[in-house]
Design a binder for this molecule. Structure first.
Ligand code: 2AM
Ligand code: CA
Length: 257
């Protein structure tokens, strides 16, 4: 794949989409409930995804898009080049707080994550990762994770579905420096990528929530698996644990079944 062309256009499209999202703060959002009252979709989620679908079709007719709002053809395999998009990750934050939400975009080639972009819209921070080449935030290199940091020296991010399912996680929280939660998986992945947190656990995430974050975190030496330690299949929903290497081992060995 032509990484340079993809990179140039992906950045352009992300900035254009983000500008429209910021503009929408001044307008009335059209909000629909999806699976429940805390699972929302707005016109901006749909418009942003439609924008990417249109651009990719025009500039890369042989690429496919796998997105949360299902606006492109169904994706049931990762052959060729597949763009995995969450147009707005953290929709509830977008609606309630106008902060802590992101555009998450990843480019996979034959199942391998190549390029990743997570744009924290309200902070104007663009996280970028490229397979084999490391990761940056707004162009500054993100240092590799410290492999010696263990649970007692780190903050933990976990949502209540994790502590409900695995009550032993409360012991992990006690052993850590404390508990945090923002409500946007891609940004929580970036908390781990930058060392602001030692680990993030979630019981049920979709491929578009984690596709970009996984590439970036792995470039920095972090570990991403299902909560049972298994490898993630990027076509399926499921649990996720992302952590600095020692903390990943400690959590699996001592606090998770
Ligand atoms: P979203 O805002 O794109 O829906 C909140 O804890 C995090 O989990 C967000 O990243 C949110 O993404 C994601 N999330 C919320 N409900 C979900 C669901 N039913 N399936 C998968 N991911 C979900
Ligand atoms: Ca979303």
């Amino acid at each position: 794949m032509d990484s340079e062309k993809i990179d140039y256009l992906a950045r352009l499209w992300i900035m254009e989409a983000a500008a429209k999202i910021k503009q929408s703060f001044k307008e009335t959002l059209d909000i629909d409930v999806k699976s429940g009252r805390n699972d929302l979709v707005t016109n901006m989620d749909k418009e942003t995804e439609a924008f990417f679908v249109k651009q990719i079709k025009e500039h890369f007719p042989d690429h496919r898009l796998f997105g949360e709002e299902g606006m492109a053809a169904d994706v049931t395999d990762l052959n060729g080049v597949v763009w995995i998009l969450d147009p707005i990750d953290g929709t509830l934050n977008f609606v309630e707080q106008q902060r802590d939400f992101a555009i998450s975009l990843a480019v996979y080639e034959d199942g391998v994550g190549r390029l990743a972009y997570i744009y924290d819209v309200s902070r104007d921070e663009l996280y970028f990762g490229e397979k084999g080449k490391g990761a940056t935030v707004n162009g500054r290199t993100i240092p590799k994770l410290d492999p010696t940091v263990d649970l007692e020296d780190a903050l933990l991010i976990a949502n209540l579905s994790v502590t409900r399912k695995f009550p032993t996680m409360w012991e992990a929280v006690k052993a850590s420096r404390g508990l945090r939660l923002h409500g946007a998986a891609s940004l929580e992945y970036m908390d781990v990528a930058t060392g602001r947190a030692g680990a993030y656990l979630s019981a049920n995430l979709a491929p578009w929530d984690i596709a970009a974050g996984k590439i970036i975190v792995e470039e920095l030496g972090g570990i991403v698996t299902r909560i049972n330690g298994e490898k993630i299949n990027m076509l399926e929903k499921g649990s996720s644990i992302v952590a600095a290497p020692k903390i990943h081992q400690t959590l699996l060995d001592n606090y998770l079944p």
